[in-house]
Design a protein around this ligand. Structure first.
Ligand code: NAD
Ligand code: UDP
Length: 327
């Protein structure tokens, strides 16, 4: 297949690029680096089946030649990122989805939209099943992300129903792993960076809110299986193993062996109280469930963040060293 992956230089997108190349496909990565990083894909730039197109997908993209699949992953995803970039987030979820659907339609390609558990908002139903319509504040600060993704789902279903496009919607729950940005503001990178630096871990609110964390390799496997199936409705992919944020912070302190204390900070506006996927549908349709235990996934992610911090420290030392002196 010739596969277009928007947001391919981001955390999830770069792992998808790796996977499709490893499966023997050709990958066209489209990214404008608003939240992604060149480091995530630099190991691929010389690959004969990899191409990078630097482009803002909120503007139309015309490609020569055939395309077999379009995976639309471009969007700021961390709350800190989408609060910093509210209008680009709304645009990439709406205009970007329109442009990628148009590309898939022009090429007769299958289409997969990266949606999110945020379409359920601050859920009144727990765990969340695909049938649940959600509880979203459209004018709240998180609305820029949640409503963009809800619109993206509506547009994808319209292309499916009206144009007969072979579409897929994956509702991704909190996913983690190597290549997250250390400073993206999400709980996991924040806690790991704070623990490794010996700084206090910042738990927002009283830490009783819950999340369910899925390791990246498990998510990628679910996405690949879904893309090959003819099923247009939304499918939850995530790990049902739920944990309170306070316990999660303690787990990371223990794992790192850090002496960092925990400090409490105000809960952000509209922060969902609970989140856990019901993955019965993914189990049935895809014969899929997460395989990576949280301790194992966290250990792999920690090893990555340790390397990132060591590189940062090395760079800082290089900058301080007098000319000709190798620190
Ligand atoms: P990320 O920020 O690491 O990656 C997003 C990528 O999209 C970045 O490389 C960014 O530069 C690129 N991008 C953003 N706007 C663009 C535009 N207009 N044109 C071209 N490129 C653009 O985030 P991520 O965690 O890898 O998330 C990827 C996708 O998965 C997003 O659509 C997100 O909504 C979805 N998702 C992620 C999670 C998660 O836990 N990581 C959960 C739910 C949904
Ligand atoms: N959180 C926290 N401390 C941090 C960062 C996040 O307590 O330094 C909390 C946040 O308020 C939320 C949860 O951790 O309740 C998960 O936040 P994240 O930003 O990772 O993603 P979300 O699931 O909210 O999109």
């Amino acid at each position: 297949m010739r596969v277009v992956i928007t947001g391919g230089a981001g955390f999830i997108g770069s792992h998808l690029c790796d996977r499709f190349l490893a499966d023997g496909h050709e990958v066209i990565c489209v990214d404008n680096f608003i939240t992604g990083r060149r480091e995530n894909i630099e190991h691929l730039t010389a690959h004969p089946r990899f191409q990078l197109i630097e482009h803002n997908i909120s503007h139309p993209l015309h490609l020569d030649g055939p395309v077999d699949a379009v995976l639309h992953f471009a969007s700021p995803a961390s709350p800190g990122d989408y609060l910093r970039h509210p209008i680009p987030t709304l645009k990439v979820g709406s205009l970007g989805t329109h442009n990628t659907l148009g590309l898939a339609k022009a090429k007769g390609a299958r289409y997969l939209l990266a949606s999110t558990s945020e379409v359920y908002g601050d859920p009144e139903v727990h765990p969340q099943r695909e049938e649940y319509w959600g509880h979203v504040n459209p004018i709240g600060v998180r609305g820029v992300y949640d409503e963009a993704k809800r619109f993206a789902e509506a547009l994808t279903m319209a292309y499916h129903r009206y144009h007969g496009l072979n579409t897929h919607i994956v509702r991704i729950f909190n996913t983690y792993g190597p290549r997250m940005r250390l400073d993206d503001g999400r709980a996991l990178p924040n806690f790991m960076a704070q623990a490794l630096r010996g700084d206090p871990l910042t738990v927002y609110g009283d830490g009783s809110q819950t999340r369910s964390f899925c390791y990246i390799d498990d998510l990628v496997e679910g996405i690949v299986r879904l893309l090959h199936l003819d099923y247009a409705g939304p499918v939850n992919l995530g790990n049902p193993n739920e944990v309170s944020i306070l316990d999660f912070a303690k787990e990371i302190i223990e794992l790192t062996g850090s002496q960092s204390p925990i400090v409490f900070a105000p809960l952000p506006e509209d922060d969902p109280r609970v989140r856990r996927p019901d993955i019965s549908l993914a189990r049935k349709l895809l014969n899929w469930e997460p395989r990576t235990d949280r301790r194992e996934g966290l250990a792999r992610t920690l090893a990555y963040f340790r390397r990132c911090l060591a590189q940062q420290t090395g760079r800082a030392a290089n900058q301080r060293a007098p000319e000709g002196v190798v620190p």
